[in-house]
Ligand binder design. Structure first.
Ligand code: NDP
Length: 246
C-alpha cells in the first residue's frame, strides 16, 4: 500500500534529523524524493543511496535555504529530473539561543533568511509547478506558542511567522485544491536538540510522555498530511510534543 505512488516530493534540509526521517518515510509511501542540504554531503549521499537500495528514487541537492537562487535552482532541478512536484516539505531550519541583549543582528538575519525567507521562496517557486492535490507542509515549532526557556525569542518569532503564513496560504490555495499545514514539534532528539544534551533534563520534566520525541514520529504526521486522505486538513498547526504544552 503506497498512497504516494507517482508523487514527487521535495524536502528542504533532508540530510540529517527530522528532514532525513521525512525523506525516507515519503519514499516508503511511494513518492520520488528530492531533498536539500548545505554541508553534510556524505550523509546526503548515504540517504539517497539508502532510498535507492529499497527501490525508491532520490536526489540530494546542495542548496542553502538562505540563498534565493540556490532554492530556485533546487526546485527547477527537481522538476527537470522527475517531471513534476506535488509535495513540498519546508523543514530546513536553524536555531540560535541568546537573551535579547546579546542577540546579534547577524544571527537575527540568518534566522530570518533560513526560517522565513527560504520558506517563502521555496513555497512560491514550488507553487509554479503544483496542481490540484498539492501539499505544502511546514515544520514549525511549539515555540511559536510557548517559549518555556530563556533566549528563544528570535527563534520563536520565526516559527510564529510560519504559523501565520500557513493560515494565509491555506486561504490563497484552497480553491486550487492545494493544502498547507504546519507541524509543530516539541523536543525531538536530533543534532539540534539532543535528548542527552544539557538542556534535555530540564525539558524532559515538562513533557507529559516523559521522553523526547523521535524524528520518525514527525515523519508519520508528514506522511498523513501528504496523503490523499488529508485533503480536508488545511491551515492547521498540529502539535506533536509529548504533551509539553498540555
Ligand atoms: P538538525 O539541525 O538536526 O538538521 C537540520 C537539517 O537541515 C540538516 O539536514 C541540515 O543540512 C539542514 N539545513 C540546515 N541549515 C540549512 C540551510 N540553510 N539550507 C538547507 N538546509 C539546511 O535539525 P532538526 O532536524 O532538529 O530540525 C528540523 C526542523 O525542525 C527545523 O526547522 C527545526 O527548527 C524544527 N524543529 C526541531 C525541533 C527539535 O527539537 N529538534 C523542535 C521543533 C522544531 P546539513 O546536514 O547540510 O547541515
Amino acid at each position: 500500500n503506497q498512497p504516494l505512488i507517482d508523487k514527487v516530493a521535495l524536502v528542504t534540509g533532508g540530510s540529517r534529523g527530522i528532514g532525513a526521517a521525512i525523506a525516507k518515510r515519503l519514499a516508503q509511501e511511494g513518492a520520488v524524493v528530492a531533498f536539500t542540504y548545505t554541508s553534510s554531503s556524505q550523509k546526503a549521499e548515504d540517504l539517497a543511496q539508502a532510498i535507492q537500495a529499497t527501490g525508491g528514487q532520490a536526489l540530494a541537492i546542495r542548496a542553502d535555504s538562505a540563498d534565493v537562487e540556490a532554492v530556485k535552482n533546487a526546485i527547477a532541478q527537481t522538476v527537470k529530473t522527475f517531471g513534476r512536484l506535488d509535495i513540498l516539505v519546508n523543514n530546513a531550519g536553524v536555531a540560535a539561543l541568546a537573551p535579547i541583549d546579546q542577540f546579534s543582528l547577524d544571527e537575527f538575519d540568518r534566522l530570518i533568511a533560513v526560517n522565513i525567507k527560504g520558506v517563502f521562496v521555496a513555497t512560491q517557486e514550488a507553487l509554479r509547478h503544483m496542481g490540484k492535490g498539492g501539499r505544502i507542509i511546514m515544520i514549525g515549532s511549539i515555540n511559536s506558542d510557548v517559549v518555556p526557556f530563556v533566549g528563544g525569542s528570535v527563534y520563536a518569532l520565526t516559527k510564529g511567522a510560519i504559523a501565520s503564513f500557513t493560515r494565509g496560504l491555506a486561504r490563497d490555495l484552497g480553491e486550487r485544491g492545494i493544502t498547507v499545514n504546519n507541524i509543530q514539534p516539541g523536543p525531538i532528539d536530533t543534532d539540534m536538540n539532543p535528548a542527552d544534551g544539557a538542556f534535555a533534563e530540564q525539558l524532559k520534566k515538562a513533557i507529559a510522555i516523559g521522553r523526547y520525541g523521535q524524528a520518525d514520529e514527525i515523519a508519520d504526521m508528514v506522511a498523513y498530511l501528504a496523503s490523499p486522505g488529508a485533503a480536508f486538513v488545511t491551515g492547521a498547526s498540529l502539535k506533536i510534543d509529548g504533551g509539553i504544552t498540555a
